[in-house]
Design a protein around this ligand. Sequence first.
Ligand code: UDX
Length: 431
Amino acid sequence: MNILIIGTGYVGATTAMVFAESGWQVTGLDVDADKIERLRQGRLHFHEPGLEDLIAKHVHSGRLLFTTDKETAIAGHDVIFICVGTPSRPDGSADLRYIQQVAEDIGYLMNGYKLVVTKSTVPVGTQEQVKAWIEAAQRQPHPFDVASNPEFLREGKAVEDALQPDRIVIGTDSAKASEQLLTLYQSFQCPRIITTPRTAELIKYASNAFLATKISYMNELAKLCDEFKVNVNEVADGMGLDPRIGPSFLQAGLGYGGSCFPKDVSELVMTARAQAVQLHILEQVMEVNRIQPTYLLDKARSRLGDFANKNIAMLGLAFKPNTDDIREAPALRMIHQLLLEQANVRLFDPVATLPAHSSSYEAVTVCASVEEAIQNADAVILCTEWAAFGQLDWENLKGLLNQLNFFDGRNMMDARWMRGIGFYYQGIGND
Ligand code: UDX
């Protein structure tokens, strides 16, 4: 079997690497010629630790090819993974136009049996739609199967997650398709779930929505912890020892961001609404997350009086560490609000940059170091828990500040230590 990956973004590039690493011959196809040219040179168009080296290794060995020629690519491959984007529409539902385009291309250009696999996160029922789109575009009635095989990659840990997954979920109504997919994944040591396409699609959404629920739950609890002068991290540690709860995703902070959780939760809510089912809990999970960055800004405002002409050092922009991804990053929303309130925003992130060509952030001073960002600051707001921020010697740095105010959106610093060296320090739920 040779494998074609359509869409060489985050999911596609990682999936291509995984199969090449497992010994299969893989081709990545994309409409973006610049992306393909970079990938052909073994270079990535986004930041993901370890991924570029593995892509380069397989490009050089010839096991990983990249092309923009869809006719030859679709005709020449038996197994096709769809890894194109599924952005949200303004109402929060998934926009499947790229999936549809790819399905129609496959239908039109196929020349024999194809196994088509959706890897992108798609709403329940999409496998059936993909089948219908392929069938409608066919020039001759070639046989094909469509399976759902969702990814569970975390940005910043994609290589680890992809090479050592916790589970492989295969949703298909065809024995041939499940046999082929099990062969492709034969070298992996983890449970396999073979189920219906709808179940596979729902497992993905339900998992992400559950993790988002854990986060919003802790973020709400953190507010109560502040009132009771209880440290939310200690509460989380105590809760996490119960194996039914588990220790992960209990970290209170500025809320979840990124390309997955916000989109997936709202898409699941919309999918349910379309079936006349209201997901009350998830609606509140979204609301808690929407207002969460405001909570820290309120704390900072009440300390400073107002933000007008105050120097605010923002440490971190990416939605989480080890990525340059700023999609749905809480820091962006906070910067937007600070600018509205006439603050002088000085930003430092080790990797991420502000959106290019956006006039909304023109007033931000982008700094090349923490030291530069905190120069004369009236307050420091930490938005992303980059490891380097935790290693800073604030005892030495504090002389650069105008006022010793520190608002820690990720509960990264030791509150007692920071207060001990003279800071007015506030986190989320560790008053
Ligand atoms: C997520 C899922 O983990 C992954 O399985 C899925 O396929 C894609 O979406 P990702 O978006 O890369 O991955 O980020 P993740 O590490 O899961 O974090 C998501 C957000 O939640 C981040 O903004 C992070 O800061 C926040 N978070 C996470 C918390 O606020 N508290 C936590 O305890 C954990």
